[in-house]
Design a protein around this ligand. Structure first.
Ligand SMILES: C[S@@+](CC[C@H](N)C(=O)[O-])C[C@H]1O[C@@H](n2cnc3c(N)ncnc32)[C@H](O)[C@@H]1O
Length: 240
């Protein structure tokens, strides 16, 4: 079977992406905000503790804001390869001015820019890992491990796939009922929506495989700390 070309970079680096992203803001907030707050709570820091975290594929910074909001002395490094997403993010991040900076980084390539600190206390991602081919997921998890301070945590919030047809049917039935517009986009997409959907699902893989990648990279405490249908929050820590 031939696979359509990888459209990830052309989608995220297009100027249209910001308008599309803004259109879906309230749907995104309704669907994901509780998980972003939960991830902030999973991090093992005391409320007033100063620490530095890295948000990979940060986009406009929703997850970073949830963490910065909870920990008033934390600082964030947000990495992304889309100038348009980072530009839009700079406006949304204004309440946290002075506590964050963006770094341009094509994470598919693996050449970490010097502007990212050699060591950070946590690395988080939201809705990003599924944009990477499997080999890059694996090598990225190893790179994250080497950048974490002892005791540091890495957490990913991402869609996952199942090989089980019955489970997949349940996921789709429940999701379609809860979000008829997303169901319409999946079942009857415009050409643009189809390209985005193909980009979205291309590299989504089962959760267990990703937990295995984390263990192979050396992480401890590897677990799915939250899961609902086709979305999971999973991660682990670097031993101290
Ligand atoms: C679905 S958005 C998620 C944004 C944000 N993390 C959130 O949860 O709202 C995916 C983000 O990953 C970025 N991205 C995709 N591929 C990338 C790559 N190879 N390197 C860096 N950023 C990438 C996109 O520009 C976009 O901002």
């Amino acid at each position: 079977m031939s696979h359509p070309a990888d459209t990830n970079a052309s989608i995220w680096q297009s100027s249209e992406i910001v308008g599309h992203w803004a259109q879906l803001a309230s749907e995104r907030e309704r669907t994901h905000a509780a998980q972003w707050r939960f991830m902030a709570g999973l991090l093992p820091f005391a409320e007033q503790q100063p620490f530095t975290f890295l948000d990979l594929g940060a986009g406009t910074g929703s997850l970073s804001r949830a963490i910065l909001d909870r920990y008033p002395n934390a600082v964030a490094v947000l990495a992304d390869f889309s100038a348009h997403m980072m530009g839009a993010g700079d406006s949304e991040m204004q309440p946290f001015a002075g506590r964050y900076h963006y770094v341009e980084f094509d994470i598919s390539a693996g050449n970490w820019p010097a502007a990212i600190p050699e060591t950070v206390d946590a690395v988080v991602t939201s809705l990003f890992v599924h944009h990477l081919p499997d080999e890059r997921k694996q090598s990225l998890f190893t790179e994250i491990f080497t950048r974490l301070a002892p005791g540091g945590w890495s957490l990913n919030y991402d869609p996952v796939r199942t090989e089980d047809d019955v489970a997949r049917a349940v996921w789709e039935r429940v999701n379609d009922r809860e979000n008829p517009e997303a169901a319409r986009r999946r079942l009857n997409p415009t050409p643009e929506e189809r390209a985005r959907h193909e980009n979205h699902v291309r590299y989504i893989i089962p959760l267990g495989q990703q937990l295995g990648y984390l263990r192979s990279a050396g992480f401890e405490g590897v677990d799915a700390y939250w899961k609902r249908l086709d979305y999971a929050i999973y991660g682990g820590c670097r031993g101290s």
